[in-house]
Design a protein around this ligand. Sequence first.
Ligand code: ATR
Length: 288
Amino acid sequence: MKTIFAVFGDPVEHSLSPVMHNAAYKALGMDCKYHKFRVTMDDLEAAIMGARAMGFGGLNLTIPLKEKALDIVEPDTMALVIGAVNTIEFPGDAIEFSDDTIAGITGIVGHNTDGIGAVKALAASGVDILDSRVLILGAGGAARAVAYQLAKDGARVTIANRTTGRAQELAENVRSVGDANGTGLEELPELTANADIIINTTSVGMHPDTDRTLVTADMMHTGQVIFDIVYSPLETRLLREAKKAGAVTIDGIRMLVLQGAESFRIWTGIEPPVGVMEQAVRDVLGSK
Ligand code: ATR
């Protein structure tokens, strides 16, 4: 029988997850199908339980459900510190939970693959993050995931945000797993000059404000790595500026695909065909 996977969100129409996962199943000849469902906050628990009852292979969650899921499933350590769940695993009955698992009530596990997606996007471009100086622009939900994973994996993280207090608070929390500082955007020229890697997690430059960027070419240098998690448009103004400066660029599709690939790995235990998944997403975005 076909195994069903799904993303729940509200809104969810624009999710690219079905495209990448269905491409992966097809490439590997798996009898699986990935759908998107509009699920409201109020219905989240019933929808997750229903998916489990119907034998779904796994779920992704997107806005605005990621935080709420923490109260419904059993979050793993990374989902707990990030404060959001983007991947739900329904372990088989054979799995026994140890006494020190956090909830263990429902036997449904919540993961967060956003941060690992970002780290793998850097690795895929040959970037070593150990002891590297990483400047993260923004302190919202996406920044949380990226900052925790990078700090945990040994990067020296600086979080710069328009609202300085938010950056400082996030940095204080991230310091529980690694090296992190929080600051405002006032010192950007100095911060950018001292960074090996700059990651934009803000919505600046996103469609329709495609002319905007927090960092321009004069603030970058050759060999620096500029990573924009925004993927609409595919090439943001930040990445165009980076090319002008001779910096290495990484676009948001990489992270999108690699966080999805981690979900695939969690659910199936199979090595995800990331090239196929990435091409499927690029084909859809390129044709828009
Ligand atoms: P997400 O969960 O997608 O990260 P978010 O929590 O709304 O979204 O965070 C958006 C981030 O983009 C925040 O860091 C926000 O800065 P503030 O905390 O000061 O609001 C940042 N951001 C949005 N618009 C911005 C702008 N015009 N200039 C600078 N930063 C901006």
